[in-house]
Design a protein around this ligand. Structure first.
Ligand SMILES: O=C(O)c1ccccc1N[C@@H]1O[C@H](COP(=O)(O)O)[C@@H](O)[C@H]1O
Length: 208
């Protein structure tokens, strides 16, 4: 079944709404440059508010290893999502502590898929070059290179997520900017519609 992640959660209130809407995972952005940055304390409280079945993911952009591990621990997230220009060694070091969603641009996909193929600690997520911008990718152009088991992000929302899933059969989808009334504040109707639209698809045809 397709996994649905709602990213950019900045309050306990929005975390609970997304969980009740059926999200499998919530993303908490710890990149200081983001308009959706959240403190580890709020992320931790939000995690306690949604119960044990909703995964919590810490999201980072070009941040040092110590900072990633410190914030992830303080927030009690279960996995981390790594954006940016990062060496394989760095990703390995983080993966020694947390399962990693390694975010790559379409141009980097083939090389990164080679590096991480068969490594259960690292799952690829394909996103637009500027994370959190709401720009959708050209899914048809990605079709040949999209690896089984990879996740998809980039400009996904209620109106296009089903089409994206049907085209690429990702293992999971992730969105933020099309699910907001303003940066960092969730639009409940959009979150509900996004989860529903993603679930309306049949999901990946390969074994998970
Ligand atoms: O949204 C942000 O501000 C952000 C900042 C730093 C790293 C990641 C960020 N968001 C991620 O962007 C993608 C897709 O966003 P969108 O749906 O296209 O707006 C998603 O993976 C977010 O986790």
């Amino acid at each position: 079944m397709i996994r649905v992640k709602v990213c950019g959660t900045t309050s306990v209130h929005d975390a609970v709404l997304a969980a009740e809407a059926g999200a499998d995972a919530l993303g908490f952005i710890f990149a200081p440059v983001s308009k959706r940055v959240v403190t580890p304390q709020v992320a931790r409280e939000a995690g306690l508010g949604v119960g044990p079945t909703v995964a919590r993911v810490g999201v980072f952009l070009n941040q040092g290893l110590d900072e990633v591990l410190r914030l992830a621990e303080a927030a009690r997230v279960g996995s981390v999502q790594l954006h940016g220009l990062l060496s394989s060694l760095y990703v390995e070091q983080v993966a020694a502590y947390y399962p990693v969603l390694r975010v790559v641009r379409p141009a980097e996909l083939a090389a990164e898929a080679d590096v991480w193929s068969g490594d259960p600690r690292v799952t690829l997520m394909v996103d637009a070059p500027e994370p959190g911008s709401g720009h959708a990718l050209d899914w048809d152009a990605l079709r040949a290179a999209f690896p089984p088991g990879a996740w998809l992000a980039g400009g996904l929302g209620p109106a296009n997520v089903a089409q994206a899933i049907e085209t690429l059969e990702p293992a999971g989808v992730d969105a933020v900017s099309r699910l907001e009334t303003r940066p960092g504040v969730k639009d409940l109707a959009a979150v509900v519609a996004f989860v529903r639209a993603a679930r309306s698809t049949v999901g990946p045809s390969y074994p998970q």
